[in-house]
Design a protein around this ligand. Structure first.
Ligand code: GAF
Length: 384
């Protein structure tokens, strides 16, 4: 094994369980390039997986029980078949939810010991929970000898999140964590499940993506996310369509004219224009014009701020400062109400841009942000 993180987790497994693991697997967090709150509207998204990931060492157990240790918080949790009840609390619910979803789908899941470690920032909107679900799914499928194709895995991981953990999310995060490729973004049509690996060769364009964590905690199993989703579904019902995906840019004015509520009109406008921006971004990247993503990122941010109303002051300040500091374009990424921004910046300038954002935060009385360069990386896989 040449992967230092895999080696470290295998060593921890040996120490904690007293035997060598059968293997080591990983699943990444993600940043969403563009397409926010479109997935549960049957729309389009285009995330990319990060280098930051959950790394899991695992081995089968003789009995059908599961133990999972997080090296990060030095905590071990165990559960058996009788504990697999939706609504379980604690971080282990993401692991148990995957066992539950696999069983609901008719698979026989072997008991296992799992030891994991994560460098996906928690609560930053970079899909640490999807990474945990997808890592668990990958290791348990392999240990149980289950042949499940990647999109079906992503959908099972989403089922764990929706029906076991109880968060009403779309498919984007689990699809990104499962299906992404290095140096590519993943275009996903959330209705047809069609995917396309879109080249995102930032280096050859002389660019990089700064991921800046405002460290404003965001809560996903949270009323605001559910409220946005409910509002979109209510609008679709009024418009007589099965999802807002069915309204395209050409039909937007007509649709808006049929809605009385101004808030609902703005929610619809965000979803419809965001879907159009994703398609435009696919085209721009397909033609190798990465810098032309910038105005789409900016427009996406404005739409999230003004129409969908999911940004917060730290996020808006980070985006504005990034642009003033030389970013070509910037937007919040993820579910919103805090978390991270992404900024498309000239290669080698991420630290300088982040430093200026840090100064602006200090001047505004906000706490210090954190940052890294987002490297488009592969999805869930066995490492050794
Ligand atoms: C969260 C959800 F998990 C995704 O499904 C998606 O809706 C996203 O917020 C907003 O685009 O990450």
């Amino acid at each position: 094994m040449t992967d230092a993180r895999a080696d470290a987790v295998a060593d921890s497994f040996q120490e904690i369980i007293g035997a060598a693991p059968a293997g080591v697997w990983a699943a990444p967090g993600r940043a969403n390039l563009i397409g926010e709150h479109t997935d549960y509207n049957d729309g389009f998204v285009m995330p990319f997986a990060l280098e930051q990931r959950i790394t899991v060492a695992g081995a089968p157990r003789g009995e059908r029980t599961w133990s999972v240790t997080s090296v990060n918080n030095d905590d071990t949790q165990s559960f058996g078949p009788d504990d697999l009840v939706p609504g379980m609390s604690g971080w282990q619910s993401y692991v148990a939810g995957v066992v539950w979803a696999l069983e609901q789908d008719g698979h026989d899941v072997r008991g296992a010991d799992l030891v994991l470690s994560s460098d996906v920032p928690l609560g930053a909107g970079l899909s640490s929970s999807a990474a945990l679900e997808c890592a668990t799914l990958t290791v348990l499928a392999d240990l149980s000898g289950l042949e499940i194709e990647p999109m079906a895995r992503a959908r099972l991981a989403r089922r764990a999140e929706n029906e076991f953990v109880g968060a009403p999310t779309g498919l984007m995060d689990q699809a990104a964590s499962t299906l992404c490729r290095a140096e590519h973004a993943l275009f996903l049509d959330c209705r047809s499940f069609e995917t396309r690996h879109v080249p995102l060769d930032l280096a050859s364009a002389g660019l990089e993506i700064l991921v800046l964590d405002t460290r404003t905690p965001h809560a996903l199993v949270d009323s605001e996310y559910a409220t946005r989703r409910a509002s979109c579904e209510a609008a679709a019902r009024i418009l007589g369509v099965s999802a807002l995906r069915d309204v395209d840019a050409a039909g937007l004015d007509d649709a808006l004219g049929r809605l009385d509520d101004d808030v609902m009109r703005r929610r619809v406008r965000h979803v419809v224009t965001e879907n159009a921006r994703v398609l435009a971004a696919v085209e721009v990247l397909g033609e190798g014009r990465i810098a032309d993503l910038a105005p789409l990122l900016d427009a996406s941010h404005a739409s999230m701020r003004d129409d969908f109303e999911i940004t917060v002051p730290t996020v808006d300040l980070a985006v504005e400062t990034a642009r003033a500091a030389g970013a070509l374009g910037a937007r919040m990424t993820g579910g919103g109400f805090g978390g991270c921004i992404i900024a498309l910046v000239p290669a080698g300038t991420s630290d300088a841009v982040a430093e200026q954002i840090g100064r602006a935060f200090a001047d505004a009385g906000f706490g210090a942000p954190a940052h890294f360069v987002g490297i488009p990386s592969p999805g869930a896989r066995r490492l050794g």
